[in-house]
Design a protein around this ligand. Structure first.
Ligand code: FNR
Length: 369
């Protein structure tokens, strides 16, 4: 595996940003920001990953400025002076330790159940008020709400640049607001924000990218995370063919996206029949942009089972992953849970020494270790 590991520690660029290796911290909600303000412990948590030589950190989802973007007051906001000051501290600490960091900008849409939140009087919304096909839980968004929500994402992008973040990731995956527009099961609008194909339904998210790009200039890295699967339907494929996927990707390339973060639960699963390529592999081939793969790297249990309480052992045979990286199926590898349990996972890989590596236990989420 030694010679395969070398490639991991070669730099690669997203837009003009050189990332020192191919390892990225996956965005992971921690709900450890009381009153939605990321504190010193959050800064230290990210700093430990930068010290552990992860190439790029993508923060936990942090919510944009609409009253209904979040279901948990402990999820950090990306607005409000105290939160902004908290994020500044995070950025400074990560940079001092030689790391790079993007916030993941998030709106939950209809996945936020108003009645389960600290602000139940505020209604949730989504493209058609649906949380899954046929399941109406909230109001469809008005055109005005759509415009205001796009604005909230654009303002957050501008703010990220001002604070000193190295780029931005939009959370377009896992059945949250942006994904609710993509999915034909949750977007049944007949106006310009809906449409009969995936490319048409990507307008909401690609407008966020386009308008943000106009504001932050050509060089500020903008990336989007997307997934075929939804929390509401793990087997769903919103793009059933490479052609459909290409139509989707093209809207983002035209809008000025710099890279795609392709979320799978298991990175080794092929995306379409008759090809071993995974989602990131197809995305690279069809878009010619840098791509990030993710899903069960270094662990033998996937993350949804972890949420159900199952602990995971380490998986030290990374040959398949590293072969694919060496063959340039994808450019970056995002690590989730393994990096929660092992802040210095990158250094362990570089030294090819797994002797101190820990598996992932759901209890590891209790504190910011
Ligand atoms: C996640 N994941 C996630 N994804 C995302 O896009 N935004 C988020 O805020 C979160 N939050 C989150 C919290 C926790 C505790 C976990 C474990 C996961 C998904 C995550 O980024 C990643 O895609 C999966 O965990 C799969 O990667 P691993 O853990 O198998 O390496």
């Amino acid at each position: 595996m030694d010679n395969l590991i070398q490639k991991v520690f070669t730099p690669y660029k997203i837009n003009q940003l050189e990332i020192k290796n191919r390892l990225i911290m996956a965005p992971m909600t921690r709900s450890k920001s009381p009153n939605s303000i990321p504190g010193e412990d959050v800064a230290e948590y990210y700093k430990r990953r930068a010290e552990g030589e992860i190439g790029l950190i993508i923060t936990e989802g942090t919510t944009v400025d609409t009253p209904n973007s979040s279901n948990d007051i402990n999820i950090p906001t990306f607005f409000g002076q105290k939160s902004i000051d908290g994020w500044k501290r995070v950025v400074e600490d990560v940079h001092e330790s030689g790391g790079l960091i993007f916030p993941q900008l998030w709106h939950q849409g209809t996945m936020r159940r108003a009645e389960d939140t600290w602000n139940p009087e505020i209604k949730s919304y989504g493209p058609s008020g649906l949380s899954s096909p046929g399941k109406e839980v909230a109001e469809p968004m008005t055109s005005d709400e759509i415009e205001k929500t796009i604005d909230a994402f654009v303002k957050a992008t501008i703010l990220a640049k001002e604070i000193g973040f190295d780029g931005v990731e939009y959370h377009g995956a896992h059945g949250y607001l942006l994904d609710q527009f993509f999915w034909e099961g949750t977007n049944i609008r007949s106006d310009e924000w809906g449409g009969e194909n995936l490319a048409l339904r990507s307008k909401f998210a690609s407008d966020i990218v386009k308008r943000s790009r106009e504001e932050v200039g050509k060089e500020f890295p903008l990336i989007i995370r997307f997934s075929q699967w939804k929390q509401q339907d793990f087997t769903h494929k919103m793009a059933e063919s490479p052609d459909e996927l290409k139509g989707f990707l093209d809207t983002f390339v035209d809008a000025g996206i710099d890279a795609f973060h392709c979320s799978q639960r298991r990175f080794w699963e092929n995306e379409f029949d008759d090809s071993p390529l995974n989602l990131a592999g197809w995305t690279k081939k069809l878009s010619n942009k840098p791509v990030i793969t993710v899903g069960s790297i270094g662990l033998n249990v996937e993350f949804v089972e972890s949420f159900n309480g199952k602990p995971s052992d380490i998986d030290t045979d990374l040959t398949d992953l590293l072969n694919r990286l060496n063959e340039e199926e994808f450019d970056f590898i995002a690590i989730g849970r393994a990096l929660i349990s092992n802040p210095d996972w990158a250094q362990m890989l570089r030294n090819n020494d797994f002797s101190n590596m820990k598996g992932f236990s759901p209890a590891d989420l209790e504190a910011l270790i």
